[in-house]
Design a protein around this ligand. Sequence first.
Ligand SMILES: [Ca+2]
Length: 305
Amino acid sequence: MTDEMRMRYLSRPAPGAKVILDTDTYNEIDDQFALSYLVKLDKFDILGFTAAPFHNDRSSSPEDGMVKSYDEIKKLLAFLGAEYPVFEGSRTYLPDEKTPVDSPAARFIRDAALSMPEGEPLYVAAIGAITNVASAILLDPRVAEKMTLVWLGGNDLDWPDNREFNLFQDVPAARVVLGSGMPVVLLPCMGVVSSFISTRYELEHFLLGKNPLADYLCRNTVEYTEKRSNLLCWGKQIWDVTAVGWLADPGFMHTKLVPAPIPEPDGHWAFDRSRPLIRVATYIDRDRLFADLVEKITGESLRKA
Ligand SMILES: [Ca+2]
């Protein structure tokens, strides 16, 4: 890929650009916001949604997490009154850095990327372990030159460790993706996206009673976080919204171009200045992105008159 084409792929997507969202939707409360935001933006040609594996206290295995995410995508699309193709993803993480996990999701991403016209990227926003995208690359390495990946994964390059949930579930997949030469917009969790926070009182004020989707997003977040915090003043990261936020308007954040960092199995980033450039977020404009999120979900502006 030429430098000029790489910069174009790492720039603002045109309205009507083709987008796929790869999501471990049930793992927490934030994918639900991100999916809803993408649909309600009504700005892109959404080709479909792919379910990603996850394993935490809301699933019994990566496979169970993927299946629960598939069901959660369907539930959200029903709330949204929207119909899109939805694909089951990987039931395991990558066994190594050479072997794809074949799945309907990996094939869908591969086929969508390879069918793009020359010079026009497919945008894949990925907000979970990156197994499905890595598998698409391993199924056909040409995928790396046909898409832009917007991935919420890993921590800030200066954070003391890189044991972030999405990245660390499948380090081989992260190494495949970041080593493939693919243009990537990376949203680091701790230190960057961790500032994208809301609170019980803000969510209830702006979302409750507005529509069934807004009620669900609010109640789901409050219930989830009340169980996990012993403080009345909790703030909750709505992490995954930031990946869709970059697609919506790259001006919602600051970014820098750096050689693709290397995720090491020991839980740290390694660096090699000869690697192709990727775009890494360094700051999120919380207020502007949150205002746009609420406006799209409720139809009500948060701008002062
Ligand atoms: Ca997620």
